[in-house]
Design a protein. Structure first.
Length: 126
């Protein structure tokens, strides 16, 4: 009877993706808090700094295995730091979070597809 498992590299990559998704969830919460603050006319510049602070470790986490996604996170950091309209910044941050989440989910599926191996339960048998 054969079962499917991930090899060591696949397991490590999935662990990296899951950690990045958890950090992205925190960033998404901060972006939405920024939207609430802007709607209540409090301003979102302090929250934009928190977004930058929360997203920066994701670049280092993803750079080794998922460089393109790390570049997307770097682009989001640039958006959070630039000046201009707060509404445009919020829209760009929301789009960045959505693009990064989609890229991480696609990478997760590709890792599962690429690193899945057949595991024989009775390898020493007949």
């Amino acid at each position: 009877m054969a079962g499917k498992q991930l090899d060591g590299a696949g397991t490590q990559k999935l662990k990296t993706i899951e950690e990045a998704l958890a950090q992205l969830q925190r960033v998404h919460g901060l972006v939405e808090r920024m939207a609430v603050e802007m709607k209540s006319k409090q301003g979102g510049s302090f929250t934009a700094q928190q977004v930058k602070r929360a997203a920066t470790p994701m670049v280092g986490l993803l750079k080794g295995q998922f460089g393109i996604i790390a570049d997307q996170v770097s682009g989001m950091l640039l958006v959070a730091g630039r000046g201009g309209s707060e509404q445009l910044k919020l829209r760009a941050l929301r789009e960045s979070v959505a693009h990064i989440r989609t890229a991480l989910e696609i990478a997760q599926n590709k890792v599962k597809e690429k690193h899945m191996i057949e595991e024989d339960a009775d390898a020493g048998g007949a």
